[in-house]
Design a protein around this ligand. Structure first.
Ligand SMILES: Cc1cc2nc3c(=O)[nH]c(=O)nc-3n(C[C@H](O)[C@H](O)[C@H](O)COP(=O)(O)OP(=O)(O)OC[C@H]3O[C@@H](n4cnc5c(N)ncnc54)[C@H](O)[C@@H]3O)c2cc1C
Length: 381
């Protein structure tokens, strides 16, 4: 049995954000348990922020000139107002986090956690090679949402809406792109039979860009169905591809599952339901956990998003999923029509800003979606 201060169960994005933040501390013994040892470019993280990010050294590129393209093909500039869109390649983040945490006593266990058990003095993590005991466990394993249960059955659990944001992207070289302007959402791309789709073009130079085709819908598509944008870049060479699916759900994910066991990352609710953005929330939680540990406080990860934001997201997801709104038009209007949208995507708007955003949305449809969400949460129907 090995005794440590922290066990990180899952060594992906959330664990690396935490390792990076722990780099400011001294004398911690940390165990990371994950059958996969991440080091390469297995994903690209994009996020909105203002000024410098805590992981600025890993930022490949920032754009303050961005545009959104409506379903009619009209391009609209985004009112960035001090915000910029940053791109981090996972290999750079993993390397930076390990470098920052190099002075800590970190041991990597390349094996799955079989069991996580809470305890009054120590939590225990069982792996195929033995047992680890720790003061605190941070668990970021992917977690399926709990089965759906309405309020009238005692306690609301599970998802009223469960969509996926699924995508495939290509790092292209030899492409002819405007190096200064990123296209955040291009809704004038071929649409799938179900859900809505948009393209991204994120240029890192005049000839290299990450191009992505993204769909919001209930189910993933066959691989070739994502290939619809390749013809737009004749002669470009594919350096690498990446694909994935991010849950977009209004299910609640607990941040604490025991006295000494916390959840982080997507499994801990860090993924914003209506956007799939997760990275900034993981950084915020990591900074807070590190500060709590330094101060000797219980390191409960803070709520990733305000409750009322999760309420808005539930309504928006319902409206998109049930076809109550023209999603492509609504998202274009929100992004192009209000300078507050970026702060909203980050989860940092005030109620006053949110009222101005509501004015951009089709009020009748949103009222119907709100009524449906409330009824479903209460009765399950
Ligand atoms: C391709 C892709 C691109 C994304 N791009 C963005 C983006 O641009 N912006 C953004 O904000 N978000 C993005 N996300 C969403 C989110 O930021 C990432 O999914 C992020 O990696 C979440 O971190 P995590 O630690 O919760 O999960 P992960 O990084 O997936 O880590 C979970 C880890 O748990 C491990 N694990 C599983 N089972 C066990 C077990 N039994 N024992 C131990 N370990 C286990 C897995 O091997 C994995 O390493 C993206 C997601 C994907 C998939």
């Amino acid at each position: 049995m090995t005794d440590v201060d922290l066990v990180l169960v899952g060594g992906g994005g959330a664990a690396h954000c935490l390792l990076h933040a722990l780099g400011a501390l001294r004398g911690l013994r940390v165990a990371v348990v994950d059958p996969v040892r991440h080091s390469g470019n297995d994903r690209t993280w994009c996020f909105w922020d203002r000024g410098r990010s805590p992981v600025e050294q890993a930022v490949t590129r920032r754009w303050s000139a961005l545009r959104v393209v409506g379903p009619d093909g009209a391009a609209h500039p985004l009112a960035a107002r001090g915000w910029s869109y940053a791109l981090v390649r996972s290999a750079d983040l993993y390397a930076l986090a390990r470098e920052r945490a190099a002075h800590l006593d970190v041991t990597w266990y390349d094996e799955p956690a079989l069991d996580v058990r809470d305890g009054a003095e120590r939590a225990r993590v069982t792996t195929p090679s033995g047992e680890l005991r720790a003061r605190w466990v941070f668990d970021s394993r992917p977690l399926p949402p709990p089965p759906r249960r309405p309020l009238l059955a005692g306690r609301r659990e599970g998802a009223e809406t469960a969509l996926l944001q699924h995508f495939r992207g290509w790092w292209l070289s030899g492409a002819d792109v405007d190096p200064d302007t990123a296209t955040l959402m291009d809704f004038a791309v071929p649409q799938p039979p179900e859900g809505l789709a948009f393209g991204y073009v994120l240029p890192v130079s005049a000839s290299r860009a990450l191009v992505e085709y993204t769909v919001f819908s209930r189910h993933r598509l066959p691989t070739e169905a994502y290939d619809v944008l390749r013809g737009r870049f004749p002669g470009a060479r594919v350096e690498s591809t990446e694909d994935g699916a991010i849950p977009m759900t209004d299910a609640a994910f607990p941040r604490r599952t025991g006295r000494r066991v916390f959840r982080l990352g997507t499994g801990g609710g860090a993924t914003r339901p209506a956007t799939g953005y997760t990275f900034r929330a993981m950084l915020r939680q990591a900074a807070s956990v590190a500060a709590d540990l330094a101060a000797g406080r219980v390191p409960l990860p803070p709520r990733p998003y305000p409750r009322r934001h999760l309420g808005y997201d539930a309504v928006l997801l319902r409206a998109l999923d049930r076809g109550l709104v023209d999603g492509r038009r609504l998202l274009t209007d929100l992004l192009a029509g209000s300078p507050d949208t970026l702060a909203f995507l980050d989860g940092t708007t005030t109620p006053r800003q949110e009222l101005s955003l509501l004015a951009v949305t089709p009020r009748g449809a949103m009222a119907r979606a709100t009524a449906q969400v409330l009824r479903a949460r209460l009765t399950g129907r």
